[in-house]
Design a protein. Structure first.
Length: 123
């Protein structure tokens, strides 16, 4: 291997390492003041193991989910999370179909939502 390729390879590896490290840097939590509420759409068993402090607990699989939605302002913005992002995506679609017009953000999993919002997980 020529000296040029050794230097080029070392520079490439260094660039990859630096890029990887900056991707792990702590991010500032998103501005939660734009959301009327945070909604956890997991089951009661899941939420009892831990949920975001102050979140509304509306199990998307519960037949009472639609009745719970009726207590909300349909024009407001909501931040919704679950275990993986799948059920929160389903909840968002249900909310849109029910006439919600505000921003409906999918926070993904509990861990992702806690990291993204800066809200503590409580039991």
């Amino acid at each position: 291997m020529t000296k040029f390729f050794k230097i080029l390879s070392a520079a490439f590896i260094a660039a990859i390492a630096v890029t990887g490290l900056t991707g792990c840097a702590a991010q500032e939590p998103i501005d939660m003041s734009q959301y009327a509420a945070v909604i956890d759409v997991r089951t009661p068993a899941e939420t009892s193991a831990g949920h975001l402090d102050g979140s509304l607990l509306f199990d998307v699989q519960d037949p009472a989910f639609m009745a719970s939605l009726e207590t909300l302002d349909k024009s407001a913005n909501y931040y919704i999370y679950c275990r993986s992002g799948n059920r929160s995506g389903q909840a968002i679609q249900i909310m849109k179909d029910a006439g919600f017009t505000g921003e409906l953000a999918n926070g993904g999993s509990l861990a992702n939502a806690a990291s993204e919002t800066g809200i503590a997980v409580v039991k």
